[in-house]
Design a protein around this ligand. Structure first.
Ligand code: PBG
Length: 336
């Protein structure tokens, strides 16, 4: 039997002040992580056509952009290198060369902004001539051979000063191998953000354009190591394994279509849970906005708040700067 008119949920929606008072989730710049694409050279800047407003930048220009990131209160950036064809190879040796682009970028960022967290992606796809995240033989991605290279890559990034290494490759056992290597080499403070539930998704398309791995990958896919979008229990299992192996934080990726997974991880395990609002999700908002079909700012803010409602502690998003600017302009402190 309805209790109307005793119960009228609309009472609490009448004024903005009511809505703010009873809001269950909020978004702040401190929830955001800004992913950046870095280029060799100086004063180099390239637009990414499938990600309007996002550019590949050389490290000198990136440092200028990071002034604003820091000033807006965004606590972390995630680095993705654009590697030239001459530095790509079958065995991805460039991934662990001490003076590679990522190492130099990490050094420059930490020297200028010591308080900004730098997340180094651990995966071989920018460095392999075939665009896969691992070492390949006869069309098969070799797990343990790949893990050995990932360990070297993680140590190189830690040595360069990365605060967080983030294996995004989905090989089995890589978290334990990386954690043990970091401990034994004196990097016990280097945190691991494990891309634990990373799905074989078609929403990564624009990212592969941005880092230039799309052409190398060709028609191949990553379904033998990234997860099947049909699965949810398997995500919990992957997260549990990574936590047991020493992950400090875990990631679910992509974002919006996978918020059910974010919710399960947060509710069932209660660990620091990050989510990635990936390139294709960002591109969809931008493309629709360009047509005049969606309001980019409103749909971005709604999307990011939904990540928080689902239980995400932090969100990687290409809209981090836009969102942080909007939060500031709204003048409501940092909450949406
Ligand atoms: C690869 C990697 C990918 C992304 C981040 N790291 C793509 C892939 O797995 O092919 C995608 C991020 C995005 O789409 O924004 N290690």
């Amino acid at each position: 039997m309805s209790r109307h008119p005793l119960l009228r949920p609309r009472r609490l929606r009448r004024l903005a002040a009511f809505r703010q008072l009873v809001a269950e989730s909020s978004l702040s710049p401190s929830d955001l992580i800004y992913p950046v694409f870095i280029l060799e050279g100086e004063k180099a800047r390239e637009p990414i056509h499938s990600m309007p407003g996002i550019e590949r930048l050389s490290v000198d220009l990136l440092l200028e952009q990071l002034e604003e990131v820091v000033e807006l209160g965004i606590p972390a950036v995630a680095l993705f290198p654009v590697v030239g064809a001459e530095a790509k190879s079958e065995l991805a040796e460039e991934a662990y060369r001490d003076d590679n682009l990522v190492s130099r970028a990490i050094g420059a960022i930490k020297a200028r902004f010591p308080g900004l967290l730098v997340i180094a992606d651990i995966a071989l796809d920018p460095y392999t001539s075939h665009g896969q995240d691992g070492i390949m033989s006869d069309g098969v991605i070799l797990n343990d051979e790949t893990v050995a290279v990932l360990v070297r890559q993680a140590l190189t990034c830690a040595k360069a000063g990365a605060d967080i290494v983030a294996p995004s490759d989905m090989m089995d056992g890589r978290i334990l191998a990386i954690r043990e290597a970091l401990e034994s080499e004196g990097f016990s403070e280097t945190a691991i953000l494990a891309y634990s539930a990373k799905y074989a998704s078609s929403f990564y398309g624009p990212f592969r354009d941005a880092v230039g791995s799309a052409a190398n990958l060709g028609a191949a896919d990553k379904k033998t190591y990234q997860m099947d979008p049909a699965n949810s229990h398997e995500a919990i299992r992957e997260v549990v394994l990574d936590l047991e192996e020493g992950a400090d934080m875990v990631m679910v990726k992509p974002g919006l279509p996978y918020l059910a997974i974010v919710r399960r991880v947060k509710s069932e395990l209660g660990v620091p849970t990050f989510a990635y609002h990936v390139s294709g999700e960002f591109a969809m908002l931008k493309a629709a906005a360009t047509q005049g079909w969606l309001d980019y700012e409103a749909t971005l803010m709604e999307s990011l708040l939904c990540f928080k409602r689902a239980g995400a502690d932090a969100i990687l998003t290409y809209g981090a700067i836009d969102a942080a600017r909007l939060l500031r302009a709204q003048g409501r402190g940092s909450a949406v």
